[in-house]
Design a protein around this ligand. Sequence first.
Ligand SMILES: *Cc1c(COP(=O)(O)O)cnc(C)c1O
Length: 360
Amino acid sequence: MTRNFNFSAGPAMLPTAVIERAREEMLDWNGSGMSVMEMSHRGKEFVSIAEKAEADLREILTIPQNYKVLFLQGGASSQFAMIPLNLLKDKKKADYINTGMWSKKAIAEAKRFCEVSLAGDTSENNFTTVPDQRSLVLDPDAAYVHYTPNETIGGVEFDYVPETGDIPLVADMSSDILSRPIDVSKFGLIYAGAQKNIGPSGLTIVIIREDLIGNPADGIPTMFNYATHADAGSMYNTPPTYNWYVAGLVFEWIKDQGGLSAMAEINRRKAEKLYTAIDNSGFYANPVAENARSWMNIPFTLADPGMDAEFLSGATQRGLLTLKGHRSVGGMRASIYNAMPEEGVDTLISYMQEFEQKNG
Ligand SMILES: *Cc1c(COP(=O)(O)O)cnc(C)c1O
């Protein structure tokens, strides 16, 4: 068996220990004589799996008691609509910070439901910075402020949590949740598709302050109402049971690693190594401002884009997979979420140096 180093932006690598555990438990979970895939979501076995996963997530993130954790479907992309549908209440406006492709998608969807004002916008410098707190223009009539702490495509990450006073802060943490400790109480709502740093695709996690639930738009579909899922423990309909279970294994794995402060230390080290290798070379480049560089997604270009294909095929031969950059950015992108071992980053750096010596 060979486990390659997969730098995919998502679905992304899972910890090998998690996949091994899932394999061990595949046919017979804990003496139940069933696979988790075959269990009723209302049976005592699955309910225990679900409750343990939520408890572990609450522990890892120190989620306060007045927040609900929802295990949903529909991806982060459904949240782009659910957020305005549930959080606008009697307001007509929302603030959005535009820092890249994912902010843009969230904004485009919100515009179907409300007036959007841009509290910050870095499109002028081609999304290579984050706006600082002082530059944010916050509308006192906004129902909420939405931002994308980590832009997965541009590799741009906020180095602070915006201060929004009494206006709820909403964060699309799809690609940076669980990468470092956060103070959940600063947020009204946090959401994340699972396939980057949580588990398999098909599960979406929403962490929402209770007072934001229960005042949805008129005519909202039942499944788009947070109250539906909050009241039913995310079991109004059949949840993605197997994904929920694997997410729970990932939460246990994070606890075994020493929790989020340990993860943060490893993630910072991995990212610093790769940025240093890029900056110290005369051949690779990353355009993002130093304070806005992502720990999770690191795009870089080669001095000669004509060599991209050769770089990628050499990488694949060495078991370094999915390094091709997003079509909108070009070049390469190394996504190095929690599950990417430090050895994977070291192997990538050695290969980059070898390639530069040969072709630079
Ligand atoms: C991947 C990603 C999304 C889209 O997630 P889906 O689950 O595919 O809808 C949204 N926002 C960010 C920041 C992402 O990285």
